[in-house]
Design a binder for this molecule. Structure first.
Ligand SMILES: [Zn+2]
Length: 307
């Protein structure tokens, strides 16, 4: 799929020229599963017109679908309180939507987010994984579709947690979500923040880029130029970390990433002699793969109100 790194390519959303921010590392994991054959990362680009960050080249939709399908029917479980953005989202919905309001969670997984709203709100989900769908249904969630293309209706609120970074054209996806809420209804998006300090520091070598299924990278400023044309206003915005770990873990990740930022080859050498957290014996070319930075405050949650 890969060729030489191009300096400019066309933005998949607005068609303007986007400049490269550098190559993305090869990865050996897809949807949490270790692959036999690593996937080349391509490069990170950012559009100067619409601010979208994106991976290019990308796998084709057929290649993605095949990889998602291989991830298949593993045992999906998620605890209702396991994610910070879920807790924030539920608190906002409880305070701002009337009991009985309809909420559609796109990419609802096994219903972990909606589970806390069943009983007080009408809960609907869209999910592709069969095993996860069954678990969501057992929790009282009505499944209305499998894929982004099934987003339709007139809901009071649509939520999407860690979904938009997987879609090819985020503007088209957002437009579909806005079409499927009533006027005055809300769309909640939770995703990685391309303008987080740690993301800007590491650029295309940031851990978040190395997740092969992440192809679109947003930040809060992406929403500004499209507000009036798409007919929404921003009602809530905050940044957060997915992993509120103890100081020792935070420090360890900060040190690993700083070493990698300054001298990638040094971290690679440490891994080859078995001192890194990553086992590179199976795929030695991954020795210089970026370290994780799970404790970074590199996500944001935004809630839009349709005008
Ligand atoms: Zn663009």
């Amino acid at each position: 799929m890969m060729g030489a790194l191009q300096t400019f390519v066309c933005c998949p959303d607005c068609g303007s020229l986007a400049r490269t921010c550098g190559a993305i590392s090869t990865t050996e994991v897809f949807a949490g599963r270790l692959l036999d054959k690593p996937i080349e990362g391509g490069a990170l680009y950012r559009c100067g017109t619409c601010h979208l960050g994106f991976r290019w080249p990308r796998l084709s939709k057929n290649e993605f679908d095949a990889l998602y399908a291989m991830g298949g029917d593993q045992a999906w479980t998620s605890s209702v309180d396991s994610r910070r953005d879920w807790r924030l989202g539920r608190a906002w919905i409880s305070q701002n939507l009337s009991p009985g309001a309809s909420v559609l969670d796109v990419g609802c997984f096994d219903g972990g987010f909606l589970q806390g709203l069943v009983g007080s709100h009408h809960c609907f989900g869209i999910e592709i994984q069969q095993q996860a769908r069954l678990q969501a249904q057992r929790k009282g969630i009505s499944l209305i579709g499998h894929d982004f293309s099934d987003v339709a209706g007139q809901f009071d609120c649509i939520t999407t947690f860690d979904v938009i970074e997987h879609v090819e054209k985020p503007v088209r996806f957002l437009s579909r979500c806005l079409d499927a809420v009533r006027p005055g209804g809300h769309v909640l998006i939770s995703t990685g923040n391309l303008d987080a300090f740690t993301f800007r520091m590491m650029g295309s070598r940031y851990w978040y880029c190395t997740i092969a299924e992440h192809i679109s990278f947003l930040s809060p400023i992406w929403f500004d130029p499209i507000k009036s044309e798409m007919g929404f206003q921003i009602e809530y915005l905050r940044t957060f970390t997915h992993d509120n770990a103890l100081i020792a873990r935070r420090l360890k990740e900060l040190i690993a990433n700083t070493i990698y930022w300054a001298h990638p080859a040094l971290l690679g050498a440490l891994r080859i002699i078995g001192l890194g957290e990553k086992d590179v014996r199976r795929h030695p070319m991954l020795a210089q793969h970026p370290p994780g930075w799970w404790t970074a405050r590199d996500h944001f949650m935004i809630i839009l109100r349709k005008l």
